[in-house]
Design a protein around this ligand. Structure first.
Ligand code: PBG
Length: 315
């Protein structure tokens, strides 16, 4: 035997020398849910360790986030009132707009990404306007433009359209030529979002999202979605969920070589938390293994609810 692959596994220093994938806190984006009120820190039952925060509590949170090495956050809003047109999404003093201003004030160096979608703001819980029982694509686009523009006015660095409307990236690029666009390019109609809908109070009140989000069975279609978003002006493309779609992430990275992100979603977080609480898995090891595998598959960075908690484990 001339080739002895175990030689390089002999000790930790050697293993580190030849390690192909590394993880650092700055590879992670921490999502937060922000709601109205003061002093609110409401635990999310389906996502142990995560909270709905009022703006003042979010500010406290981000003041100390920098110490962990995590430098980017993603904001979701839960408005006081919902209506058919999701008007809270694009109100200049809406909850996300207030939160962005406060965060930028308290922690100017933090990169602030905002989720651009209507589902948290519509009374029917869908990601766009309803016409004849279906989410209407083209009349939704101007509302998403307004939403993104109001986030940028408030100081957001990056806007992330997540509603899977056709042409949304082109619409945002036209409205915001100088803003970084992180497109949820391949977003699947996934059961892994279950805990999020409790967190964001955004469950659809009728039907489901399978007439705009992607069929979990499709990968070629994901590549078409991603290619189109790149052509329309996406700076970064994202695959969501992460772990069950690493094949898509890998193929996208190989095919387009574009800045690529993965969203490790609420259900991925909840499964790990639930098993760890029962003592069935080693949370720290599992989280590092999952995040490493997502990077290995092709992600330049990862949106994950573990960001804050896992950052200290990465030394
Ligand atoms: C909004 C949105 C969702 C998620 C991110 N943005 C919910 C959905 O599509 O139903 C899910 C994130 C998660 O599960 O962590 N469209």
């Amino acid at each position: 035997m001339k080739t002895r692959l175990r030689n390089l596994r002999e000790n930790a220093v050697m293993r580190k020398l030849v390690r192909e994938t590394t993880l650092a806190p700055h590879d992670l984006v921490m999502p937060y849910f922000v709601r109205t009120g003061r002093g609110v820190r409401r635990p999310i039952a389906s996502m142990p360790g995560q909270f709905q925060l009022s703006v003042d509590e979010l500010v406290r949170e981000v003041r100390t986030l920098g110490k962990t090495g995590v430098e980017s956050i993603l904001l979701f809003g839960i408005p006081a009132r919902k209506d058919a047109r999701g008007s809270g999404a694009y109100a200049s003093n809406g909850i996300v707009q207030q939160a962005v201003r406060a965060v930028k004030d308290a922690a100017p160096g933090l990169l602030v990404i905002t989720d651009v979608c209507l589902c948290e703001y519509t009374d029917h819980g869908h990601c766009g306007l309803i016409r004849r029982g279906r989410v209407d694509n083209d009349s939704t686009l101007p509302l998403l433009q307004k939403t993104a523009a109001s986030h940028v006015d408030a100081g957001a660095d990056v806007v992330a359209p997540s509603g899977m409307m056709d042409g949304v990236v082109a619409a945002l690029r036209e409205a915001l030529p100088r803003t970084t666009l992180l497109s949820y390019a391949a977003k699947y109609a996934s059961a892994f979002y279950g805990p999020f809908r409790q967190a964001a109070e955004s469950a659809p009140q009728f039907g489901d999202r399978s007439d705009y989000q992607m069929d979990v069975a499709n990968a070629e279609e994901a590549l078409r979605e991603i290619e189109l978003d790149i052509r329309e002006g996406a700076d970064i493309i994202m695959v969501k969920p992460a772990l069950a779609y690493l094949d898509v992430l890998r193929r996208a990275k190989e095919k387009f070589g574009w800045p690529s992100a993965a969203y490790s979603v609420s259900g991925e977080y909840a499964m790990v938390k639930a098993a760890a609480e029962r003592g069935w898995i080693d949370e720290k090891k599992i989280v590092l293994e999952i995040l490493t595998s997502i990077k290995r598959a092709g992600a330049d960075f990862i949106v994950t609810y573990f960001a804050r908690g896992a950052a200290p484990w990465m030394t």
